[in-house]
Every structure is written in structure tokens, then in C-alpha cells.
Ligand binder design. Structure first.
Ligand SMILES: *Cc1c(COP(=O)(O)O)cnc(C)c1O
Length: 378
């Protein structure tokens, strides 16, 4: 697709939904007064405490970071492990990059066709047959999942766990407050529901908090502290980003309501398209996008192309499967992830900014979908 065409979409896939400057100006004044701009300053700590209060468990800590990719790498460093890390083939490439950035080796595993998450039987087998010492579980599209079975397998096999729930900040967390060796990482990128611009947060057992802050701050005192991360990098959140995050947290309940109402309209209309699979439990995610699984790769391509002709930007997502990336090691063939990635499209979701234009967009989108499916049999 040419840059021209991308620039010409009347309805972008993502419209960032951030607080207005007036909502964080007093916090910028606070930063100037305190003279503290980064390194887990007062605003970063305030944001961490708020997130803990709203979505944390009593026995948990929250550490902010500059983005989720850095947070995933820091969590891997905080596990103290080196070697292979299992991850699903069906995810955003940041999951893979974060493992490499932590000096570890990704091993890609196929996913389950229903849950779109790493297959439990393969997880067990991969931990037995490979040198993997850690697992990155991914919540696809930020859809909450009860990870208990996967966590039990990892505990039995002695593997550390990092959950990439980058799109899920603000959604439910069925398995929170887990013991040692389990980390969950969220993103605050401008394209995510809890938007700050760039940013992230890592939830873990409080026993890991020091190691996480160390990994995100060059492991400055690593030479003196046995057992912590051997090295680190700069992955801290600035006070400016924390200020926007605090302002976002003040309005986020309303953002979430609006996004859930928006996807409810999609689900209702999709009920008359039995060939299209979409999530049914709308309480399970803050909905960065609404994923729809088309009956064939050709139908997905037709939908994207005909939506583009009426000015709507749609995309396949988690495409291509990580098994198709150059130089990645796979446990086995990843047929399910490759098939899902060819057929999965994401639909735009609007927050507070939604208006009549967005209703028109949804009408146009369903015209495009009807057309894409009608040609299915030809
Ligand atoms: C967005 C996303 C990331 C990357 O988050 P950043 O904050 O942009 O680094 C990682 N993993 C998944 C699954 C994502 O959706």
C-alpha cells in the first residue's frame, strides 16, 4: 500500500484518545517545582500506586517503564534466567524483539485455534524438550484469560513466566497477584486504550520490584548485589509521561465504557454473519481493536480492500505469523497461527471522541463486509 493511500484514509484504524493538556498542566507545574524529571520520580510513583489500587492485587507491586517492549525485556532480565524463551507465533512482533533485546533466544510455538493463545500441550512438551527456561504468554488483543493451567505447567517445569498483555491495561485480570517468577506487562502507547503516548507498567510479586527497577536503570548497583539482573538498560518512564498517565487514569472509566459500547454495536451486527468469528464476552478487554476472523484469507483481503475504497483503514493483525519471520526458531510448524494471521482483521474502536462520523464509518464498514462475504462462493 502506498504512503498516499495511507494518508488518505478518512477513518483511521486508530484515533489516539488522550487527556487534554489542561488536565495535566498542574502536574507539569509540579514537575518543574520538584525538579525531578525521571528515575521513578514522584509522579511515576503516584501512577504506579493508582494502577495498583485500580487493577492490582494486595500482594503485588507495579513498576512503570518507558514502553511495554522495554518492560518485557526488563521482566525477562529480572527472572535472572538466560537461554530460550517460548512464545506464541500469533502475537505482535514486539514480543519477539523484547526477548532478543534481553539477550535471550525466542522459540516460537503454535497456538490454539479457539483461544488464539499458546497451546497447553505444546507448552508442556516444549519445556521438556528444549532448553527454554522462561515462557512469554500473550493475551491476544488484550483479551483477559485465566492462565492458571499454563502457570501450573510452568511451575511444574520450573520456568519463569512473563505475560505480554500490552493491549489489556484497564481490562480484567483473572490471574493476578501470582507468586514469584510471574510478571505481567502492559502498554500505554498512543494506539492502546490507556494512551499516554509511550509508556508501560509491569505487575509482579513485590519481591521482584527491586530487580525490575534495577533492570530498567542500567543495573547500576548490580556489581554489589548478588542475585539481581547482571545488566540493564534505560527503560524508565519520564515524569512527563507519568503526568499524562495520571490524567488518563482520571478519565479512563469513561473511556472504557465508551469503547465497550462501541464494540457491543459490532457484536450485535456481527450476529447476522455466522461465517465471521468475533469475541463474545465484551467485558474481557478494553478493546484496542475489535478482532474479527474471516472465513478465508481471500475474504479478509477483499474486506480490507473494499473498506479502503470508502476511506476506512483496516488491517490484518499479528500478521505475518512469527513462524514466517526470518531466522526464528520454531518448535514445530505453526499451521494454526499462520492460518489465523491470514484471516484475522481488526476493526477500529473509538473512545470518548466517537460521534456521528463514527456511526457512518460502521455503516460503511458493514457494507464492505457484506460485499467481501457475498463473493465468498464465487
Ligand atoms: C502494542 C504491543 C506491544 C508493544 O507495546 P509498546 O508499548 O509499543 O512497546 C507488545 N506486545 C503486544 C501484544 C502489543 O499489542
Amino acid at each position: 500500500m502506498t504512503a498516499d493511500l495511507i494518508g488518505s484514509f478518512r477513518h483511521r484504524l486508530v484515533v489516539p484518545d488522550l487527556p487534554a493538556p489542561a488536565e495535566y498542566l498542574p502536574l507539569l507545574e509540579e514537575i518543574y517545582e520538584s525538579g525531578w524529571y525521571s528515575n521513578f520520580g514522584p509522579l511515576a510513583r503516584r501512577l504506579e500506586n493508582r494502577l495498583l489500587r485500580t487493577i492490582g492485587a494486595p500482594e503485588e507491586s507495579c513498576v512503570t517503564c518507558c514502553n511495554a517492549t522495554a518492560g518485557l525485556s526488563a521482566a525477562l532480565l529480572a527472572t535472572g534466567r538466560t537461554g530460550g524463551v517460548l512464545l506464541p507465533a500469533f502475537t505482535f512482533p514486539a514480543s519477539l524483539g523484547a526477548i532478543r533485546a534481553a539477550g535471550m533466544t525466542p522459540i516460537v510455538v503454535d497456538v490454539d485455534p479457539e483461544s488464539w493463545t499458546l497451546r497447553q500441550d505444546l507448552l508442556d512438551r516444549a519445556l521438556a524438550e528444549t532448553d527454554a527456561c522462561a515462557v512469554m504468554l500473550v493475551s491476544p488483543f488484550g483479551i483477559a484469560r485465566d492462565w492458571q493451567a499454563e502457570l501450573d505447567i510452568c511451575r511444574k517445569r520450573g520456568a519463569a513466566v512473563v505475560i505480554d498483555n500490552a493491549s489489556g491495561l484497564g481490562g480484567p485480570r483473572p490471574t493476578k497477584g501470582h507468586g514469584e517468577g510471574v510478571f505481567e506487562v502492559f502498554s500505554m502507547h498512543a494506539t492502546k486504550p490507556f494512551s499516554v503516548g509511550e509508556g508501560g507498567a509491569i505487575f509482579s510479586h513485590p519481591g521482584h520490584e527491586g530487580d525490575l527497577r534495577s533492570a530498567l536503570n542500567f543495573a547500576l548497583h548490580a556489581y554489589a548485589i548478588p542475585g539481581g539482573p547482571a545488566w540493564g538498560f534505560n527503560g524508565k518512564m519520564s515524569e512527563f509521561h507519568a503526568a499524562v498517565g495520571i490524567a488518563q487514569s482520571n478519565r479512563f472509566a469513561a473511556v472504557l465504557d465508551r469503547r465497550r459500547a462501541f464494540v457491543a454495536a459490532y457484536r450485535k451486527r456481527l450476529a447476522s454473519y455466522p461465517d465471521v468469528v468475533c469475541p463474545q464476552d465484551l467485558g474481557k478487554a478494553p478493546w484496542q481493536f475489535f478482532p474479527v476472523l474471516l472465513p478465508s484469507a481471500a475474504a479478509a483481503e477483499r474486506l480490507i480492500a473494499s473498506a479502503a475504497t470508502v476511506g476506512i483503514e483496516l488491517r490484518r493483525y499479528y500478521w505475518p505469523s512469527l513462524s514466517r519471520w526470518r531466522g526464528t526458531r520454531c518448535l514445530d510448524a505453526c499451521h494454526v497461527a499462520e492460518d489465523l494471521s491470514e484471516r484475522m482483521c481488526v476493526l477500529p474502536v473509538r473512545g470518548i471522541a466517537a460521534g456521528p462520523e463514527d456511526e457512518r464509518m460502521v455503516d460503511l464498514l458493514f457494507d464492505a463486509l457484506g460485499g467481501a462475504l457475498a463473493r465468498q462462493s464465487h
